[in-house]
Design a protein around this ligand. Structure first.
Ligand code: PBG
Length: 323
């Protein structure tokens, strides 16, 4: 049936009709709120490049997490800015480190929220790279030991899920083995499976003080030009034991999100990263776009591409609108 008998506009006539035929919806269940935690007390420091986001000390973090839980958001992901950084990331594997303390504080007073921890050493290394550096090179296999120790330390502190974001080869297997050996067979791994060496992480690196002191991350994070390689990365992480796979950043990789959804039978996360958030906030501030409308359009596009869950700095803002 074609025009003039078929007229697609009939079902666009008003919002009620549009609601009835809407194919993609955002739900509270889709949202994961990233949070930054710093040492000290009574700290709620605005992050300049991420309007509306803060670095929290553990006491203030607990209050924030309560609010997030009360909004109905099911999960948070924690990033830590430690007291000190060195060349072996010792503050990352300290059972009394910033993330470990944050987890214990949250667990002590907030129920009904999933705590995911980002497993990576860039925030804890004096050189800002995601692995051990020797002679200017990022050493893969030695880093696996460090990452699995970090993951185990998070889980011992009470983390519900760990999310390795470093892009070393074999890290999902190393972490799975380590957790299983320690009896944590029920803790899921959300793998940053296809993570590009992207320039969209700029504001995050300011927020987490994790920019590399020399070079870049291109020897471990993926070349954003490669679609088939992204699928291979996802396949490897599933083989190694990933329970949830992630594509990151989300917006420049909607094709890959769709491919992963179609080709693999695992829950799929997408990370709407700091630069994507900052661009919308900045353009809205300038009055160039309607920030709220663009926020929804962006997150719906990520969902429509196939994401089952979205890590986004917009989580709280969206939750307030859709609940
Ligand atoms: C740690 C990590 C990064 C992000 C998440 N985990 C930074 C990076 O890889 O440089 C980026 C998140 C964002 O930009 O919102 N490796």
């Amino acid at each position: 049936m074609y025009f003039p008998r078929y007229r697609p506009r009939r079902l666009r006539k008003n919002e009620l009709l549009r609601r009835m035929v809407r194919e993609t919806k955002l739900s509270l269940d889709d949202l994961i709120q990233p949070l930054f935690v710093v040492p000290g007390t009574n700290v709620k420091e605005p992050i300049e490049s991420l309007e509306g986001q803060y670095r929290f000390s553990t006491d203030m973090l607990v209050e924030e997490v309560k609010e997030i839980r009360d909004l109905g958001i099911p999960a948070i992901i924690l990033f830590g800015i430690p007291e000190y950084k060195d060349s072996s990331a010792s503050s990352a594997i300290d059972d009394n480190g910033i993330i470990q303390r944050a987890i214990r504080s949250i667990k002590g007073s907030v129920k009904d929220i999933i705590i995911i921890t980002d497993v990576c050493v860039c925030e804890y290394m004096d050189h800002g790279h995601c692995g051990i550096v020797e002679n200017g090179e990022i050493i893969n296999d030695k880093t696996l030991e460090l990452l699995s120790t970090q993951a185990l330390s998070h889980v011992r502190a009470g983390a519900d899920m760990v999310a390795p974001s470093d892009m070393m080869d074999g890290r999902v297997k190393a972490i799975r083995d380590r957790l299983d050996d320690a009896g944590f067979t029920q803790i899921p791994i959300m793998a940053y499976a296809a993570k590009a060496a992207s320039s969209f992480y700029g504001p995050f690196r300011e927020a987490a003080e994790s920019a590399p002191a020399f070079g870049d991350r291109k020897s471990y994070q993926m070349d954003p030009c490669n679609r088939r390689e992204a699928l291979r990365e996802v396949e490897l992480d599933i083989e190694e034991g990933a329970d949830i796979v992630m594509v990151k950043p989300a917006l420049p990789n909607l094709d890959i999100i769709r491919d992963v959804k179609d080709l693999f039978n695992r829950p799929l996360a997408a990370y709407n990263v700091s630069g994507e958030y900052a661009m919308i906030k900045a353009a809205a501030k300038m009055g160039y776009i309607d920030g709220e409308a663009v926020m929804f359009e962006t997150l719906l596009a990520i969902k429509r591409a196939g994401a089952d869950m979205i890590l986004t700095y917009f989580a709280k803002e969206v939750a307030k609108k859709i609940r």
